[in-house]
Design a protein around this ligand. Sequence first.
Ligand code: XIL
Length: 352
Amino acid sequence: MLSRRHALTLTAAAATTAIAGRAAQAATIKPGRIPYGACVRLTPLQQEPDYRAAILNNCQELTPEGGLFWGYMRPARDQFKFDFADAVLAFCEANEMTMRGHTLVWYGAMPDWTKSISSAAEAEHELTNHIERVVGRYRGKIRTWHVVNEAIDESKGEAPGLRPNVWLQYLGDKYIDFAFRTAHAVDPTAQLVINEFEIESLDGTSPKRREAFLKLIRDLVARGVPLHGVGLQGHINGKYAIDRDGIYDFVGAVRSLGLSVHVTELDVVDHELPGPIAVRDAIVAARAYDFLEPICAAVRPQMIGTWGITDRYTWVPVWFKRRDGLPNRPLPFDADYKPKPLWNVVDYFCSR
Ligand code: XIL
């Protein structure tokens, strides 16, 4: 095993310049360490040495930030644009990292042409075609897929509290079973995950969301759907305290179903936190600590990932701009790639 790994390292180094040698060392997971992952953007990955260095020095797993969204890959019904995801995969393969697939089914970032889907047969055809082409292309390479993302809408108040999307509209609530079964048929060895947000805060909403999510997970397991893991996104709203007991119980319930747990998109949304950097960074780190601590007390997560690595490239200001005009600071490294208190927290839980 050791010698094979060594041989792989040499091949990668020979093929991809000096960077691979450094990266191969950095990316090697120390025994007992929980892999740390991040989503990445293509342009800085290709063009910015500091960005590449931050990724190479710290990550064991990557996912393209939007490269697998329908909105990016499927500009037209008959088109598949694999360039972004292919580039991230090549980077992962050259540097001994794994790649995670995000995501096959999501109500968000859907191209306009999907609005013209108008029957169950058409919906089934399009969903099948997409999953077969995408999972098929990365069969044996993307080992973990977020098959269904953000399915829960607890405010619907009706069982099973699902968020509207074109698949729910035409295929009913079994669209989730269908997506998992189709992905499993295409790549039977891939680990299939259901991924969800806003289950962690003392915000009055999270308990209902956890309840709806857990009910869905239990139903899927009871129906024998090939579901292997549960992803907690962890886009933490910094203004609320964390529901530590709620998370601990939830993760324990997931574990008792025999499913793996993944922290998939951690960042702390800081638009309503105080401005001073030291104060803000301390709160951000504390929220992440309160989130990860009960998770890691209940289970060993299969990986801990953040949605980006540097405050330089984050979705947060697009959606949650600060009123005082100060830049957001949701991620482990600042805009100059200096580690922040949040990185200490993430690194602590990965290395315990
Ligand atoms: C975000 C991307 O980061 C943005 O670039 C894009 O404009 C919108 O989507 N939950 C998810 C991610 O599962 O896919 C979202 O990513 C952030 C919220």
